[in-house]
Design a protein around this ligand. Structure first.
Ligand code: MG
Ligand code: MG
Length: 252
């Protein structure tokens, strides 16, 4: 499949950053590492300059979000990783006109048991979401499964940001939220789309240790938890298969 290479390059960029994360490293250095991987493989950065026409286009290859920063943190040479931080790294690569999008969160050195549990629950939520990404299911099956698991662990799911279709552009239909309204609400924000073989999208649980609300900082990008609690984010781009689990395009 043609999208596999974009996904593989994205995964290579994430792997290179994972190996570089350590106390004393700046988020700008991580950005440069990812940019170099993309360059080496003939890919371009999906986030750089995004969205087109915006007065505040994103200025980097990756987003780097520390502790209570959830997503969309802007890499900076002044943001230095400290022992005990958790860092979320998200990267999108464009290759041959197709996009890969993936993210993970990891500890810097030794982290608190609560932070460790948050990472494990969020990564497990991604696995649970991926397991529901099967032909015949609907996007809401993913949403409900992710939400039920995360809340059963005492954490909350973010409402304002969702997984999304990925193909020739980074944000396509369908939206894949990490929660679903109970019952039959009169107003639906999203359609629950039937999954058919060949469709490709990103599943990306965003989990807060505290309350679910978020806000955007004055830099127009960085999303933080409103209550300052820790948060984590894991993401893969997947392709629905005729039978069984999806292909994880952003796995190595
Ligand atoms: Mg992403
Ligand atoms: Mg995404």
């Amino acid at each position: 499949m043609i999208m596999r290479e974009a996904g593989r390059i994205t995964a290579l960029a994430l792997q290179a950053m994972r190996e570089a994360v350590a106390p004393g490293v700046s988020t700008k250095e991580l950005d440069e590492i990812a940019a170099e991987v993309l360059r080496k493989h003939g890919a371009t950065a999906a986030f750089l300059g995004y969205p087109p026409g915006s007065p505040y286009p994103f200025p980097a290859t990756i987003t780097a979000s520390i502790n209570h920063e959830l997503v969309h943190g802007i890499p900076s040479e002044e943001r230095i990783l400290q022992e005990g931080d958790i860092i979320s790294l998200d990267c999108g690569a464009i290759y041959n006109g197709y996009v890969g999008d993936a993210a993970f969160t990891m500890g810097v050195g030794t982290i608190s048991p609560e932070a460790q549990r948050l990472l494990e629950v969020t990564e497990q939520a991604l696995r649970i979401g991926i397991d529901k990404a099967r032909a015949g299911n609907r996007t809401s099956d993913i949403s409900r499964a992710v939400q039920a698991y995360v809340e059963s662990q005492g954490f909350s799911v973010v409402r304002e940001y969702t997984g999304h279709g990925v193909g020739r552009s980074m944000h396509e239909e369908p939206q894949v939220p990490n929660w679903w309204p109970a019952g039959r609400p009169r107003v639906r924000t999203w359609n629950s789309v039937r999954l058919v073989p060949g469709i490709t999208f990103a599943i990306e649980p965003m989990v807060n240790a505290g309350r679910p609300e978020t806000k955007v900082l004055e830099d127009h990008w960085t999303v933080v938890t409103r209550d300052g609690s820790l948060c984590a984010h894991f993401e893969h781009t997947v392709a629905i298969t005729p039978d069984g689990p999806p292909i994880i395009l952003t796995a190595l």
